[in-house]
Design a protein around this ligand. Structure first.
Ligand code: MN
Length: 723
């Protein structure tokens, strides 16, 4: 009763050992009696002719491969054009045939398919990872153009996997790896269950042959042990369900080897602890009968809490539908049930392919276009990021993430990748909602933006019209959509701000040299830009605004004579009043101001932050504001500030004293006695009878301030002094 032979791979598509054109034609006639088989016969002869001098690695004539690919496509009940393209798929790549040849003989449609397939397989890359990433992207793009391209590619890959053992070991590993990393996830997303299973098991077998063999043995043993028991169960269930007059078909099912392996890995358990290696599948005729049968099962045996999954009410993202439940069976054994209609079963096995069956010319109906709509959406969101590795990670992220289901305030259900936050959710609703999102209510309660959504949460997004996204969000969002939209926004925003700042910094610099700001747009300036390998003025402003190039460097290149003069007399500094010995990354003359938060002074350890429109803001390294700013690393610059001559800087001191008359006067006179000006003072007394005094004072540097602090702490009645 347990379907399929478990000793070998659990294919449900089998290829005859001796494949021939006749067998292929016969197979097509079954599902498409009116198909134009003449073209197909012509393609077969064309392909064998083209490949006649080639052999497969095991020594058989090459045509065996395209014929097998065509047969797999017929297995998937693809249209004749796809099968013809399957027969021709390697001709351009491997033989002297051109696209024009194929267009001339077989027409535009087939030429397009074959060309797309050739493009897919022609690739050269520096690293393996990069090659994979690029491969992946090409595949996704090809898929969005015409889904048949990818189906032919899948058939090609499947046959290569089935004959993988002929190849040298290292090639086997590479191809198996690629199949597991790239092909299987896409196949899964398109819902083609049988193909995913077979590709995964074949890869698993090639990559970990010992483990694979061990699992094959163990599964066979488990099957032997449990078969009798399961048979009894099936009989009992059949009886109970027919008593209720419900149509049903009960069968056993075996989890595929790679699925077992994954479960063992993920849950860190042994084979003996995997309870759903064997399970039962019940097919019926309608949705409501699925639930009725579930009721019968639950009334017969105790369901295990947390194991019931309703993928009928909430289908998986690949449109898989079924009810899953695990019960404690009559002998205390756990038994997993899958309950579904026949249509749901077909969809689980065939996925996207089930929609164009019996349709002309591979036209895609509404439902199957849902499969590719995620692709289109996805590609749209990716335009900005052209890096192939990002793309691979992105699709993998979208394809492989677990999901949570949440509700909108209107009660609509939405599927989100697990780990999603309110920000991710907001961006799925609308880009603008994402941008303006300031908070969220989960089940009526306000939560932080980084909150992780849980199943059944009802989520409501709070927006504010004047709000924009923060680069900080990138640290916690998980969906590609949110990531790319935020990055895009930040990029544009920062660019605009950098241009503004760059122009301002350059204008100031030009003014110091007695140049008009119109010089900014001059050809000379463009030459300077080119000098820095920058192609446009705008990019130059950005570079300056970001602090990658200092205005001083620009001025030096603009006036080379002056530059020379400076190198000869490096000690000479132009008397610029606000300079006060500050250097940034070894470059002086930068427009700066000091942070009002931490009152930095010469001698402190400092960091500069390129502030939009204000040049560089200097902060002390221990300033609490820096933590907030440090995620924008690109805008942080090293700063060195040595006291020079009579320059002064403002420092802030907080002094806690006991509340005693005269103490403030004593403090003030102490400060004055060491020649330090007090520019501002605030004093209050607390309920605990303590004095809190804040001074803003003018000091030369850190050393002078330190010595003052030391003196203050030695005064009578002082409890605490800090900056
Ligand atoms: Mn091929």
């Amino acid at each position: 009763m347990i379907n399929s032979s478990s000793e070998e791979l659990l294919y449900n598509k089998n290829m005859p050992e001796y494949l021939s054109l006749d067998l292929l034609l016969k197979k097509i006639r079954v599902y498409s009696p009116d198909a134009d088989l003449d073209t197909l016969i012509k393609a077969y002869h064309f392909s064998s002719e083209a490949h006649c001098s080639q052999k497969r690695i095991e020594g058989s004539p090459y045509i065996k491969h395209p014929l097998a690919v065509a047969y797999i496509l017929a297995d998937m009940t693809m249209d004749v054009s796809s099968i013809v393209a399957g027969l021709l798929h390697d001709t351009i790549e491997d033989t002297g045939t051109t696209t024009e040849d194929i267009r001339g003989i077989f027409g535009k449609e087939i030429a397009f398919l074959v060309k797309a397939l050739t493009k897919l397989s022609k690739m050269e890359f520096r690293t393996k990872k990069e090659a994979q990433a690029e491969n992946f992207r090409k595949m996704i793009l090809a898929m969005s153009e015409d889904i048949r391209v990818i189906m032919i590619k899948f058939a090609d890959r499947l046959h290569n996997m089935r004959t993988l053992h002929h190849l040298p070991e290292n090639k086997q590993q590479r191809i198996a790896n690629e199949t597991l990393e790239i092909y299987a996830p896409i196949v899964n997303r398109l819902g083609i269950g049988w193909l995913k299973t077979e590709l995964e098991d074949l890869s698993f077998k090639a990559l970990m042959p010992d483990l694979y063999d061990e699992l094959v043995r163990k599964v066979a043993k488990r099957k032997e042990e449990q078969e009798g028991y399961l048979k009894e169960l099936i009989e009992l269930i059949n009886k109970k369900i027919s008593e209720e007059n419900l149509p049903c078909e009960v069968s056993g099912r075996i989890k595929h080897y790679y699925g077992i392996y994954q479960k063992m890995q993920k849950q860190r358990i042994t084979f003996d602890q995997v309870h759903d290696v064997l399970g039962l599948r019940i097919q019926t005729d309608s949705k409501s009968n699925c639930y009725a049968i579930l009721g019968i099962i639950h009334s017969l045996w105790t369901p295990i809490p947390g194991r019931f999954k309703d993928y009928i009410g909430v289908p998986k993202s690949n449109m898989y539908q079924s009810l899953h439940t695990t019960v404690i069976g009559p002998k205390g054994e756990r038994v997993e049930f899958q309950i579904r209609t026949k249509e749901m079963h077909q969809l689980a096995e065939e996925g996207i392919a089930s929609h164009w069956q019996y349709k002309e010319k591979g036209s895609i109906d509404e439902k199957s276009s849902q499969y590719i709509s995620w692709l289109r959406d996805f590609i749209k969101g990716q335009k900005e990021d052209s890096d192939a590795m990002d793309f691979l990670e992105a699709v993998k992220g979208e394809v492989m993430l677990e999901v949570v289901y949440v509700f909108t305030p209107k009660g609509e259900i939405k599927e989100m990748p697990s780990g999603s936050t309110p920000v991710d959710f907001a961006y799925t609703v609308h880009t603008q909602i994402g941008h303006k999102c300031v908070g969220a209510r989960i089940n009526g309660k306000i939560v932080p933006l980084r909150y992780k959504l849980k199943n059944r949460d009802t989520i409501e997004i709070i927006t504010s019209p004047n709000h924009g996204p923060s680069r900080d969000w990138l640290k916690f969002v998980v969906t590609q959509r949110a990531k790319s939209r935020i990055k895009q926004w930040v990029k544009t925003e920062e660019k605009a701000q950098s241009i503004e700042l760059g122009i301002k910094l350059l204008e100031d610099e030009l003014r110091r040299h007695g140049l008009m700001s119109s010089f900014l747009k001059s050809d000379e300036m463009l030459k300077v830009a080119k000098n820095f390998n920058i192609n446009s003025l705008e990019e130059l402003y950005v570079a300056v605004g970001f602090g990658r190039i200092s205005p001083h460097q620009v001025a030096n290149r603009l006036m080379p004579e002056k530059h020379e003069e400076e190198t000869v007399h490096p000690k000479i500094q132009r008397p610029i009043k606000e300079q006060k010995g500050i250097t940034i990354k070894g470059v002086d003359n930068i427009l700066y101001h000091t942070g009002k938060c931490c009152y930095p002074i010469p001698g402190d350890s400092l960091v500069g932050f390129v502030t939009i429109g204000k040049g560089v803001t200097i902060h002390r390294k221990d300033c609490s504001n820096l933590e907030r700013l440090s995620f924008e690393e690109a805008r942080l610059v090293d700063v060195d500030w040595q006291s020079s001559g009579d320059s002064i800087a403002l420092a802030k001191l907080f002094v806690e004293t006991i509340d005693k008359p005269g103490i403030l006067a004593n403090l003030s006179s102490l400060i004055s006695s060491v020649n330090i000006n007090i520019s501002h003072l605030e004093a209050t007394s607390t309920q605990e009878r303590k004095g809190h005094i804040t001074f803003v004072i003018e000091v030369k540097d850190n050393a002078q301030l330190k010595s003052l602090i030391h003196k203050i702490t030695q005064m009578e009645g002082i409890l605490r002094v800090k900056r």
